[in-house]
Structure formats: structure tokens, C-alpha cells
Design a protein around this ligand. Structure first.
Ligand code: FBP
Length: 577
């Protein structure tokens, strides 16, 4: 039995798992082992990120000091060759976490600390507490190997904390410069999603415009997987989060197969894109998985979507199967045409009459007011929704005052609409089954999991790449690691100009440069594979048990990559399905 007495185990501040996991040494591309010996080469951006016409012209105008980086191209770090960067003396790098947590964040910081502290003596890393707001407030902590020791390969963003605050106004940009100058930083590494990296690009441009010597470097993070392009094959955190969800969905599938009395509706995080749902579907083979991008492409109404699900339930009832598992992406509501139109109108009315709406005493008064303001179509859509959903649409707002879409319980909406649809079908003799159901929302359960080996390795390599960019004074670059479908030794660490990933959106207040969210590609290999398999999953019980994340044990269990990544990068053949 255990060599450690029970009372000692409880007295320990960290669990045996934490201790063992902290001992894992991330694998990384050989060229990142010694920062001082990294070679550098440049390559073009290629056709994938080519900006043309008005977009290119607008970006050149909005980023006069950093747009030229698109001509300079990609910085590739290699094993052989000259010395990295221009920095010979000590390096001082700042690090901040931004947006929702994602497994691997601590490993990025660990990678930065290891690389920087291995450099010239006197080099150091400063962390900022509480996200971008912490940078503005100058809330700092010294990050040395001891400070991060117990955070190695650990989930969460709790070492520094995080927030969705932004450095976006002229005043905030100026404050930020002051803080960075006072600290005498060489570089600031911003670890975040599309929004945070858009911010990083704006800050990089601002600092260049005022002659600052501080380099801003972005690192791609998000469990949602919606920050992707030719250079960002996936974001760190996606793999670990989906594996937690896949395990839970697998357990639910086993439960449904055992009791045979419920349809389980599982809403999965992913505000804007269905990458998480797609990957969980590939891993678990549920009865049905809705893909928001497909709903939008087919211009499917809510009624049509309900009918499609009902047809699967009816067909299964014919076989005596009144159970199953249905996955629903968090963001789907905005992809249903009439719901999108309704949400746009609601947001417009709220923005124009916010004070008056807030002065109304409760839901009944607010919904009466809204119904008077909405167009006829939108008012019809709104009135036909269950009261709880109407309430969520009106009363829950995000920090910008808009409808808080991620809090709308779409799984319950579908259940309610299906219940009444199936009741009607039954009364007309077209359905003989029973419709028992359960609902779940999976999101926060996975965002802070201990990173899988893949995420631990990837995030650590990103941290070391960011340090190499910092040493190169590469202002306005994102740290990326490519060839992720191959073994770590063949991974390619690089820096890509942030501005090359941007486009321009026309919003109310004029043109706004943004890194666009990447949605599920309906013509891509991952979706095609899923589309080919799903009819079988609907008819039979093909549930696949993906199991829990394996941190220890044989490599075929511990060293896996996301299935969608394997399919998209063509490594599918070699993957252990
Ligand atoms: P990021 O895009 O910042 O990585 O966050 C994604 C996400 O996890 C979404 O999937 C989810 O809708 C949202 O964060 C919830 O965020 P919050 O922590 O603000 O509730």
C-alpha cells in the first residue's frame, strides 16, 4: 500500500497527482533548447494570409509603423545558424494572461521564464496580475523558477489571474507605455485569444509610433479553437478542454445506454464557433451533434432545426430507442437566421434606450416595451420563445450591454420546442415513443484542467518561442509553433506579424481592425469526415468511449493530438483513433 501515511498525505498542500505532474518535462523542438544558440531565418507569408485591395490599404493606413512587417514576413527559429536577436545583455520580459482561462497558460509562462533566465545574467521576468487592467495599474510580481515551480503543467490561470479588460483607448495606451517604460521592460508577452491579440497589435503599433523600445508579442490561447489560420494550427488549451468534455459526454453516453430512458442535451462552450462540439463529436460519436456553421449555411430556421432533431428521435423510436445524446454548440443561437435578426434588433434597442430600459422595474415591463419597439418579424420570434429564454435574452447582458448569448440556455429551448413538437406528432399518430430528457452545460469544467501532454508541450514551446521573439525585439509578432501533427522534434517555432492576421470590419464607429474568429470550415477534412459518419451515429448506438485524459502511461494514450487537427493537417492516418 501507500508509502505515505494518511495523515501526511492530508497535511501536504499539493496532491500526489500535482507533485507527479509537476515533474513532467515538456518535449520541445530541439532549436528552442538554448535561447542563445537559436538560429533565425525569414520566409514569406505565402498566399494564405495575403491581404489585398481595400483591406490591405486600410490596414496600412491604420498601422503605419508596423504594417511593413507583412513584407518582412515570418521569423523562423532554427537549430543551426546565427545568433538570435539583437539582445546581448540582460533581458527583461513582462507577461500577462488575458481572457478566459485555457489549460497550458502556466506552461507558456514557464517557457518564458526558463528561456529568459537561461540567458545573460541579470535577465528577469515580471508578471502582471489580473489581466490587462493589471498592466495599467502596474500590479507586478517577479517570476523566477521558484515562483512558478508549483504551477508547472498545472491548469488554471491562478498564478497571475486574468480578466477581459482592454488597453484600447488613447489614455490607456499612454498609461501602458508609462508603466512599461518605468519597469524598463524589453518586451511584453500577451497571452490571449483573438480580441487580446487584436489589442496586442494595436499596442505594438502605438509603442512603435511613440518611439518606444518595448516589443509586444502575442501568444494564441483559447479553448474555443477559433483563433486559427495558416500559421496557428490550433490554440493551446483546446485539446485539454475537449478531452474533459469528451470524457463527460462518454460517461453520459454510457448512462443513456444503460438506462435507455433519456435524451441528454449537452451544450458545449464555444461562443462563436463550433470547434469544441465538432471535436467532442469526433471523439464520442453521439446520436446527433449540431454544428452552428452548418445551420447558418443552410439558413435553417429554429422550426426547421427542431424538425430535423425530431425526425431523428422519431426514427429511433421506431427501433424502440427512446434515448440518445445530442450535442449543442454554445453559440448556435446566433447562427439561426431569425434569432440572429432578433438579437441584432434587441442589441440596437438596448443601446439606444439603455437608461430607460434599465429604469423599468422588471421583465414584464421590459418585454412589453421591447415588443412595441421590435419589428413585426422580430416581435413574432420573440413572443414565440419560452418565457425563460425571453427573460435570458432581456435580463442577462454582457459587460458591453449586449444580450449575453453565452448564458442563453439553448439546450432547454430545444427541449421545450421538441416536447411540444413531439406531443403534436404523437396526437396525430406519427410518433409512438416517449421523450424523456436531461440537460447539461459543459464549459467551466474543462477550462482549467491540467494540460494534456500535447498542450503542456505546445504551451511550453510557445513560451520559449515568445522569449526568442523578445530577444529579437520582434515588436508586433505572434509566437506560433507549426507542424503540430508531427512529433515535437519536427515542430517549427516562428513569429508571424500580428497585423498580417487582421482584417477590417465596418462597425458603427467606423472601420475597426480585428483578428477575425475562425469558424468551422464546412469544406474541410474534419467536417467532411464527421458528415460522412453521422448517419450511422444517428441510427445505431455507435457511442465511442474516449476515456479520461491520461497523463501517465503508454505513449499511445498520453501523446495524442486533437482528431480535428490530425484530419486538418493530414496526419489522420497516423493518429491513434
Ligand atoms: P476566450 O475566448 O477568452 O478564450 O474565452 C472563451 C470562453 O471560454 C467561451 O467559450 C465562453 O463562452 C466564455 O469564455 C465564458 O467566459 P466568462 O469567463 O467571461 O464567463
Amino acid at each position: 500500500m501507500s508509502a505515505v501515511p494518511l495523515e501526511t498525505q492530508f497535511a501536504m498542500t499539493i496532491s500526489a497527482f500535482q507533485k507527479a505532474r509537476a515533474a513532467y518535462r515538456p518535449k520541445l523542438p530541439g532549436c528552442l533548447e538554448q535561447l542563445g544558440q537559436v538560429g533565425v531565418s525569414y520566409s514569406g507569408l505565402g498566399s494564405e494570409l495575403k491581404q489585398e485591395g481595400q483591406v490591405a490599404a486600410k490596414l496600412a493606413q491604420l498601422f503605419p509603423h508596423t504594417y511593413h512587417l507583412t513584407d518582412k514576413g515570418v521569423i523562423n527559429f532554427t537549430a543551426a545558424g546565427g545568433q538570435v536577436g539583437s539582445q546581448n545583455g540582460p533581458l527583461h520580459v513582462g507577461v500577462v494572461l488575458s481572457g478566459g482561462p485555457a489549460p497550458g497558460g502556466h506552461n507558456v509562462i514557464w517557457g518564458v521564464v526558463d528561456a529568459v533566465m537561461n540567458g545573460a545574467s541579470g535577465s528577469r521576468v515580471t508578471g502582471f496580475y489580473g489581466g490587462p487592467a493589471g498592466v495599467l495599474a502596474g500590479r507586478t510580481v517577479n517570476l523566477d523558477p521558484r515562483a512558478i515551480e508549483s504551477y508547472r503543467n498545472a491548469g488554471g490561470f491562478d498564478l497571475l489571474g486574468t480578466s477581459r479588460s482592454k488597453i484600447d483607448t488613447p489614455e490607456k495606451l499612454a498609461t501602458c507605455k508609462r508603466v512599461l517604460d518605468d519597469l524598463k521592460l524589453d518586451a511584453l508577452v500577451i497571452i490571449g485569444g483573438d480580441d487580446s491579440n487584436t489589442n496586442a497589435a494595436v499596442l505594438a503599433e502605438y509603442l512603435a509610433s511613440v518611439g518606444s523600445q518595448v516589443a509586444v508579442i502575442g501568444v494564441p490561447k483559447t479553448i474555443d479553437g477559433d483563433l486559427q489560420n495558416a500559421f496557428v494550427e490550433t490554440t493551446f488549451g483546446f485539446d485539454s478542454a475537449v478531452r474533459v468534455y469528451a470524457e463527460l459526454v462518454s460517461n453520459i453516453s454510457k448512462d443513456t445506454l444503460s438506462g435507455r430512458k433519456y435524451y441528454h442535451f449537452v451544450r458545449l462552450m464555444g461562443r462563436a464557433a463550433s470547434h469544441i462540439t465538432m471535436e467532442v463529436a469526433l471523439q464520442t460519436q453521439p446520436t446527433l451533434a449540431l454544428v452552428a456553421e452548418e445551420v447558418a449555411a443552410k439558413r435553417q430556421t429554429l422550426g426547421a432545426l427542431v424538425e430535423e432533431i425530431a425526425n431523428v428521435i422519431k426514427a429511433r423510436a421506431e427501433q424502440g430507442k427512446n434515448y440518445g445524446v445530442i450535442l449543442v454548440p454554445e453559440g448556435i443561437i446566433e447562427f439561426i437566421p431569425e434569432m440572429r435578426a432578433l438579437i441584432e434588433e434587441l442589441n440596437g434597442i438596448i443601446a439606444a434606450h439603455k437608461e430607460y430600459i434599465d429604469s423599468l422595474s422588471g421583465f414584464t415591463e421590459q418585454s412589453e416595451y421591447m415588443n412595441r419597439k421590435l419589428s413585426r418579424d422580430a416581435s413574432y420570434t420573440f413572443s414565440s420563445l419560452p418565457i425563460d429564454i425571453q427573460r435570458q435574452l432581456l435580463m442577462d447582458r454582457d459587460p458591453h450591454g449586449n444580450v449575453a448569448l453565452s448564458r442563453v440556455e439553448t439546450e432547454k429551448l430545444l427541449i421545450e420546442l421538441l416536447s411540444s413538437h413531439l406531443r403534436e406528432e404523437k396526437s396525430e399518430g406519427r410518433y409512438k415513443g416517449t421523450f424523456g430528457y436531461q440537460h447539461h452545460f459543459l464549459g467551466y469544467e474543462g477550462r482549467c484542467a491540467a494540460p494534456t501532454n500535447f498542450d503542456a508541450n505546445y504551451a511550453y514551446s510557445l513560451g520559449r518561442t515568445a522569449a526568442a521573439l523578445a530577444a529579437s525585439k520582434a515588436n508586433g509578432y505572434m509566437a506560433v509553433v507549426r507542424n503540430l501533427g508531427l512529433s515535437e522534434g519536427s515542430w517549427q517555432p516562428s513569429g508571424v506579424p500580428l497585423v498580417a492576421m487582421m482584417t477590417v470590419e465596418e462597425r458603427g464607429k467606423g472601420p475597426r481592425p480585428v483578428i477575425k474568429k475562425t469558424l468551422v470550415n464546412l469544406d474541410g477534412p474534419a467536417f467532411k469526415y464527421f458528415a460522412k459518419q453521422r448517419t450511422e451515429w444517428q441510427r445505431g448506438d455507435e457511442f465511442r468511449y474516449s476515456g479520461p485524459i491520461q497523463y501517465f502511461g503508454p505513449s499511445e494514450l498520453t501523446d495524442r493530438v486533437p482528431l480535428s487537427l490530425a484530419l486538418e493537417t493530414g496526419a489522420g492516418e497516423d493518429v491513434n483513433w
